[in-house]
Design a protein around this ligand. Structure first.
Ligand SMILES: Cc1cc2nc3c(=O)[nH]c(=O)nc-3n(C[C@H](O)[C@H](O)[C@H](O)COP(=O)(O)OP(=O)(O)OC[C@H]3O[C@@H](n4cnc5c(N)ncnc54)[C@H](O)[C@@H]3O)c2cc1C
Length: 332
């Protein structure tokens, strides 16, 4: 498949990139590793006038440890995340998530910024126009119908990023910059919950970094994912868990986040409330996993049936909580 025509922009500083975004805002597409953008270009899901390559920008690399936080540059590759001993040791869910993204060559090209900011996917959307010919135009392509849910009044496309749920489990934030200003927001707030327009980043903003708050005391985390081919596929259901214990061994904090279960990663807030002050035991984890099941959306628009994926959210939520508990033991 050929790429559509576009003009190539290669800013050499962040300032220049922000100025280009401001100038070309509705007609420019940022490309980092390109592992998602190139596919979307080939399928004509996007056809920007300008492609702005940010991969060589200085200042968007590195994993830096500060007193209160870890800061990861937006262009850090998924392989760098996988290989970071700091993340493997102290932020295991994030390293585990990166380890399970796609396959090593894609993880070498793909960046953490591009991973977080990937679009939602659907079997009836991520196809060429030829394949979809005669099927009607779905909500996400600007039409008024849903090809996955008969009579569906909205878009049910699914967010399949692996890293965001793990980052959200740690309550991470991201830095968004545009000409003349910068804002830092929780990563969960990047997501609108709407399939047609899943991300709240503005078209003149650049994601420059991710901030993970440092944790103290006994804590652990884990990420679990279902995919058909363990060597390459997107998640069909996933769960990230973070647990922190108080001195008496009871749960002082917990966060359970599910992925591939709707248009955005979802925090199972009821689970945090239910687990608070309890010992980290399987029966309570099972109840929390039931809450994850209730929150997940199982639509038949990915490679496995929606009902099955929903059931697997429950299984993975329980396994992620157990994994986080095992990680606490590991860290003690
Ligand atoms: C075969 C295959 C399997 C895959 N499997 C998985 C998987 O298992 N899990 C998974 O999570 N992903 C998967 N992916 C998707 C993709 O490879 C990864 O998400 C990757 O991390 C994307 O990063 P990138 O740098 O290549 O993004 P790009 O393609 O460069 O960009 C992705 C999006 O982010 C925007 N963007 C990138 N950086 C910035 C920035 N700094 N500021 C503002 N906007 C930005 C781009 O404009 C674009 O909209 C797969 C892809 C393929 C082709």
């Amino acid at each position: 498949m050929k790429l559509p025509p576009f003009q190539y922009l290669e800013p050499s500083t962040v300032l220049e990139a922000l100025s280009m975004l401001d100038t070309y805002r509705d007609t420019v597409q940022i490309i980092a590793g390109g592992t998602e953008v190139v596919n979307r270009l080939k399928l004509r899901l996007i056809s920007p006038d300008y492609l702005m390559d940010i991969k060589k920008l200085p200042d968007l690399g590195g994993i830096a440890e500060h007193e209160q936080s870890i800061v990861i540059g937006a262009n850090v590759s998924l392989n760098e995340i996988r290989d970071s001993s700091l993340l493997q040791d102290k932020y295991k869910a994030i390293a585990e998530a990166a380890f399970q993204v796609a396959a090593p060559p894609l993880a070498n090209m793909g960046t953490i910024g591009g991973n977080i900011l990937q679009n939602t996917r659907c079997l009836f959307y991520n196809q060429s126009e030829i394949v979809l010919k005669g099927l009607g135009v779905c909500h996400k392509r600007g039409g008024a119908s849903c090809l996955a849910v008969k009579g569906g009044k909205r878009c049910f496309s699914v967010y399949l990023g692996d890293i965001a749920p793990a980052l959200i489990a740690f309550d991470a934030k991201c830095v968004l910059e545009k000409s003349g200003s910068r804002r830092t927001i929780p990563i969960i707030d990047l997501f609108t919950g709407m399939g047609t327009q899943p991300l709240s980043i503005e078209n003149n903003e650049l994601l420059t970094g991710i901030i993970i708050p440092k944790q103290n005391g006994a804590y652990g985390s884990a990420y679990r994912k279902l995919r058909i081919r363990g060597s390459i596929d997107y998640p069909l259901a996933s769960a990230a868990a973070f647990l922190a214990l108080s001195a008496d061994g009871k749960l002082a904090a917990s966060r359970l986040v599910i992925g591939a279960a709707g248009c955005a990663p979802k925090v199972v807030a009821r689970a945090s409330a239910a687990l608070s002050g309890k010992l980290p035991e399987d029966a309570d984890f099972a109840a929390a996993a039931d809450m994850a099941y209730e929150l997940s959306e199982g639509v038949d628009n990915l490679a496995l049936p929606g009902d099955y994926r929903r059931k697997m959210v429950r299984v993975l939520a329980q396994r992620a909580l157990q994994g986080a508990r095992a990680d606490i033991k590991r860290g003690m």
